[in-house]
Design a binder for this molecule. Structure first.
Ligand code: GDP
Ligand code: MG
Length: 442
């Protein structure tokens, strides 16, 4: 899905990610590339312009450029904005508090309405609902048959009155039938046309005014790119939509529709069709799709975790300490405690520019029991010892071991780990001090 777009964006952002320093020029260059990638993916021109402007504004803000991991931060801004572009959160179907809920699916011919009605039926049944599929496409006998076959396959009831009845009457009849049969969601499969025309819109409007659907969802084919967006815009203006189902995202759609529909129409994409099979329907998750496009998986949640625990100012202070090489046991204890909050250290440190290759990190991890020992040992030191670790000779170590209920060997191990950590952070600080262009990975 969206291979071309994903590859281009990932390449662009990779250049930024590892940088210890990011300049305004770096951001501008990256945004030029992002812009081209989005346009090539058939994203709406205005949407692209607004998107790039927002990212630029946020990325050039001093928060990012002066942060510990500026490249990563830019990536995060792009990710955040992609999510916003697609509507932020996952939008759910409107459900009526007084069943049956009426869901009306509309769209052009071949978009995937009938297939989606069946998929939604299956999806809703899995949620504990009792859906009824309704054949309102009276122009082609094959359309009614298609829905009946799907209903049969899935063991879902299909309401139909053949092709000689108006769709409005069928929809009304289906509502009565659903009440009598205790069906709590009605899924109306309406007829499409090759193009939007008055006849189609009039028919849909009269169904709408008769049965008053709780949810009108437009089904559009993601492969048609900006056409899908234009179709969505017209339908929304003429009929009023509550949501969009984007089908055929399993194919080689470029991304234009997924990234533009919400921004252009204001209508959220609620579901994504991921194949022809009835179970190939997924709620549309803007966050997951953004992560997928940027190829970041869990990295982002780690950045977020790190941000919430690792206060930027503290980090800066730490860096200054490291520059002066006065990283002592108190700082070490603080670090260890931070790491506990943030989770697996090797993963986390991989996010810091230039830190990815440091093998020694595996040794700087402690489990819950060990951390108690670490704390006990450090707290058994005198303030002077904590400030000047080099004075820790054998007699002092014996006293500390005794005071903390540990062994001299444990004290020695901790000192070794402390030394490694100090060295590692020192290296990190040195690298960060080199300035633009010469930074790690940059
Ligand atoms: P309708 O005219 O809007 O009712 O469209 P149909 O439901 O009949 O679907 C038209 C074609 O698109 C059928 O061959 C479906 O199998 C196919 N289709 C529908 N949704 C998807 C999807 O999400 N992925 C793929 N690959 N094909 C789909
Ligand atoms: Mg159909």
């Amino acid at each position: 899905m969206f291979e071309g777009l994903a590859e281009k964006l990932q390449n662009t952002l990779k250049k930024l990610r590892g940088k210890g320093k990011v300049t305004e020029a770096d951001v501008a260059e990256a945004m030029r590339e992002v812009r081209m990638a989005l346009l090539a993916a058939d994203v709406n021109l205005k949407v692209v312009k607004d998107f790039v402007a927002r990212v630029k504004e946020r990325a050039i803000g001093q928060d990012v450029l002066e942060s510990l991991t500026p490249g990563q931060q830019v990536v995060k801004v792009v990710h955040d904005e992609l999510i916003q572009l697609m509507g932020g959160t996952t939008s759910k179907l409107n459900m009526s508090s007084k069943p049956p809920t009426v869901v009306m699916l509309v769209g052009l011919q071949g978009a995937g309405k009938t297939t989606t009605v069946a998929k939604l039926g299956l999806y809703l049944r899995k949620q504990g609902r009792r859906p009824l599929l309704v054949a309102c496409d009276v122009y082609r006998p094959a359309a009614v048959k298609q829905l009946q076959v799907l209903g049969n396959q899935l063991d879902l009831p299909v309401f139909s009155m053949g092709t000689g009845v108006s769709p409005v009457d069928i929809a009304r009849g289906a509502t009565e039938y659903a009440v009598a049969q205790g069906r709590d969601v009605i899924l109306l499969d309406t007829a499409g046309r090759l193009h939007i025309n008055e006849e189609l819109m009039d028919e849909l409007k009269s169904i709408k005014s008769t049965v008053k659907p709780h949810e009108i969802m437009l089904v559009v084919d993601a492969m048609t790119g900006q056409d899908a967006v234009n179709v969505a815009d017209s339908f929304h203006k003429q009929l009023g939509l509550d949501g969009v189902v984007l089908t055929k995202l399993d194919g080689d759609a470029r991304g234009g529709a997924a990234l533009s529909v919400k921004a252009v129409t204001g209508c959220p994409i609620k579901f994504a069709g991921m194949g022809e099979k009835p179970d190939a329907l997924e709620p549309f998750h803007p966050d997951r799709l953004a992560s997928r496009i940027l190829g970041m998986g869990d990295v982002l949640s780690l950045i977020e975790k790190a941000q919430s625990t690792f206060d930027a100012k503290m980090a800066k202070e730490m860096e200054q300490k490291l520059r002066k090489s006065d990283f002592n046991f108190e700082d070490f204890l603080f670090q260890v405690q931070q790491m506990q909050k943030m989770g697996p250290l090797d993963q986390l440190v991989g996010m810091l520019p230039g830190m990815g290759k440091m093998k020694a990190l595996k040794d700087v991890q402690f489990d819950e029991k060990e951390i108690k020992h670490v704390e006990a040992i450090i707290l058994s030191m005198t303030p002077e010892e904590r400030q000047n670790p080099q004075i820790l000779k054998d007699s002092r170590k014996r006293r500390i071991a005794k005071g903390s209920g540990t062994s001299v060997q444990q004290v020695n191990n901790l000192i070794k780990t402390y030394e490694q950590t100090r060295k590692m952070f020192k290296q990190f600080a040195d690298m960060r001090g080199k300035g633009p262009g010469k930074g790690p990975g940059g």
